[in-house]
Design a protein around this ligand. Structure first.
Ligand SMILES: Cc1ncc(COP(=O)(O)O)c(C=O)c1O
Length: 437
């Protein structure tokens, strides 16, 4: 089909998420290799965001592709309902349980991150219905993102594409302020800021009544909100508050999981063990849709023997085969150590730029999940439109970036080389300068 026909059909028939309905695509990609995406004209774009922070192993990964091809020949589908199993789901569950921290030994698969949060919340309800039925409320954070299904959307603390009332869609979800130090405590010592944020959680639990609060759900590093890391002590303190108040801790690792922060899970990076971990995206390097909730023995023992609802694609053979291959690659290709090496280089380069350029207010993050805060001449956060202009400029020069509010977000595939990271930084700084200078 001719390129112009593709653009016309796209405009007429394909509805895109988070794009103005009825507007044609700006770019159509038709090929990827390594960290590079290619459009219909063959123009190359360095994918500095792993698309939606999900293609952790880049494009054309032979190990995952071969595993999916082999599985589709062997057994393209088998549902896990009614006590039926198949090897890739069993092996992937065992591998993920072995990698997950603490007693998180039980894996319930689904098709993506939103569904995984729904499953986690329904597990929380089942757990407390047996243990203390008065506990039903969920606490999450403003600027958090947990997905696009009803409960996940309600737990998310951001404007959902301008839809009024979405944060209040379901009853019993309460939001607290995020640990966004640049906005809320720039002059504070990070340790004091961590204490302040953990105290805010404790105070809300107390006001609501600990007997009514079921779980706290949050991303280890806020993702869609702009790659906002908490101070290092935050998670240890939050875990203490949850323990004291008998509140389950759910870490949504949909973006941070699978080596993104330089460890298999960000819970390791922050040395915290949740009661449940929500997974998606990088589990298969997003070659096949897959999500999961991983939960601990404490929850497992309470739901043992009961029936949990599932989804048709729970543990899909292609997804779990892809996951096994991705897990092999994370290990055999030393992805975590590559993340640490490349991350050091990128931080060094961007920190040096921040010293020179007034408009870079902060460079923060962990591993290859890096947020860059932009400020105007008065030191105030720049507008969201300014960052979107930079994203547009970056596309012009062949760099795929992400932004929210005053933050630009960098999260390339985790097997990016030092040389490619150098190109990323060059183009990133060029795009910012083109708009800010
Ligand atoms: C932390 C987090 N949780 C959940 C989701 C939802 O995942 P999905 O879009 O696969 O349903 C996302 C997606 O960006 C996410 O970043």
């Amino acid at each position: 089909m001719r390129n112009e026909d593709l653009f016309a059909l796209d405009k007429a028939h394909l509805v895109h998420p988070l794009s103005p309905v009825g507007e044609a695509s700006r770019i159509i990609f038709n090929r990827g290799e390594g960290v590079w995406l290619y459009d219909l004209d063959g123009k190359a774009y360095l994918d500095a965001r792993s698309q939606l922070c999900c293609v952790n192993l880049g494009y054309g990964h032979a190990g995952i592709i071969d595993a999916v091809k082999a599985q589709i020949d062997q057994l393209p589908f088998a549902a896990l309902f009614y006590g039926i199993g198949h090897p890739p789901a069993i092996e992937a569950a065992a591998r993920i349980a072995a990698l997950a921290p603490g007693a998180l030994d039980h894996v319930f698969f689904c098709s993506g991150g939103s569904e995984a949060n729904e499953l986690a919340f329904s597990l929380v309800r089942q757990y407390w219905s047996k243990v203390k039925p008065t506990k039903f409320k969920f606490i999450s954070r403003y600027e958090g993102y947990h997905g696009n299904t009803a409960a996940a959307m309600t737990a998310s603390g951001m404007d959902m594409a301008g839809m009024p009332g979405v944060p209040g869609l379901l009853a019993g979800h309460i939001h607290i302020e995020p640990p966004y130090q640049y906005r809320r405590g720039r002059d504070m010592d990070p340790d004091d800021f961590a204490v302040m944020c953990a105290n805010e959680l404790a105070q809300v639990i107390e006001r609501e009544g600990a007997d009514s609060v079921a779980a706290f759900v949050a991303e280890p590093i806020m993702g869609v909100g702009g790659y906002i890391p908490p101070p290092d002590d935050y998670w240890k303190l939050v875990r203490e508050v949850c323990d004291t108040c008998d509140v389950l801790l759910i870490l949504d690792e949909v973006m941070t999981g699978f080596c993104r922060t330089g460890r298999m899970f960000a819970s390791e990076t922050y040395d915290v063990t949740p009661d449940m971990m929500v997974l998606g995206k990088g589990m298969t390097s997003n070659y096949v849709p897959c999500g999961a909730v991983v939960f601990n023995d404490r929850v497992f023992e309470q739901v043992r023997g009961s029936y949990l609802t599932g989804v048709t694609n729970s543990g899909h053979p292609l997804a779990t085969a892809a996951s096994l291959a991705a897990l092999d690659a994370y290990n055999s290709e030393n992805i975590c150590s590559n993340v640490e090496i490349v991350s050091r280089e990128v931080f060094a380069r961007l920190d040096a730029a921040a010293e020179q350029l007034d408009y870079i207010g902060e460079v923060s993050g962990k591993g290859l999940m890096i947020g860059v805060e932009l400020t105007n001449a008065a030191g105030e956060s720049v507008s969201g439109e300014t960052c979107q202009q930079i994203v547009g400029k970056a596309l012009d020069i062949g760099l795929l970036l992400r932004a929210r509010g005053s933050r630009l977000s960098i999260s390339p595939p985790l097997n990016i080389s030092i040389e490619e990271a150098g190109i990323l930084c060059d183009r990133f700084l060029e795009a910012i300068a083109a708009v800010m200078d």
